[in-house]
Design a protein around this ligand. Structure first.
Ligand code: MG
Length: 161
């Protein structure tokens, strides 16, 4: 019997000068990066929480506490790989991933395909099963003021066992 599990993820990080900007597992040439204990890849954090949510395995902070020095400046691809591994242990593989990045800057479109490839590789799916979308906040709120970036993700997992 086919079983489905869906999960959502939301994350926010503020901009900080002097940091490398990582989004969706790729490095983006930008004037500022994002602040955080790890590499602060807000997009991967949202996708990781979506996978963890789908299998009822808590959230990213449970697995990778920001108080743990092991994860300082960590590559967030490790977090998503861990979550995908937990799902696999439960018999689930990824069916699809839909990611929305909310930012006034930088422009996401030029980097979208690289992010899709990066996410697809970690999730173990075809690029066609991964969507990376972007929107601004029309100048409103913390995103609109250019203070940070938000990301939302929905992941569908499937099991044939
Ligand atoms: Mg985060």
């Amino acid at each position: 019997m086919t079983a489905f599990r869906v999960g959502q993820g939301l994350d926010v990080h503020r901009f900080r000068a002097g940091r490398t900007l990582r989004l969706g597992g790729v490095t983006i040439d930008a004037e500022v990066g994002l602040d955080g204990h790890s590499d602060a890849d807000v997009a991967l954090h949202a996708v990781t929480d979506a996978v963890l949510g789908a299998i009822g395995a808590g959230d990213i902070g449970d697995h990778f506490p920001p108080t743990d020095d092991r994860w300082r400046d960590a590559d967030s691809r490790l977090f998503l790989q861990h979550a995908v591994g937990l799902a696999r242990d439960k018999g689930f593989s990824t069916a699809s991933c839909d990611l929305t990045i909310v930012a006034e800057r930088p422009r996401i479109a030029p980097h979208r395909e690289r992010m899709r490839r990066s996410l697809a590789a970690i999730l173990g799916v075809d690029e066609n099963a991964v969507s990376v979308k972007a929107t601004t906040c029309e100048g409103l709120g913390f995103v609109g003021r250019g203070e940070g970036v938000a990301a939302l993700a929905v992941v569908l997992l499937v099991s044939d066992e």
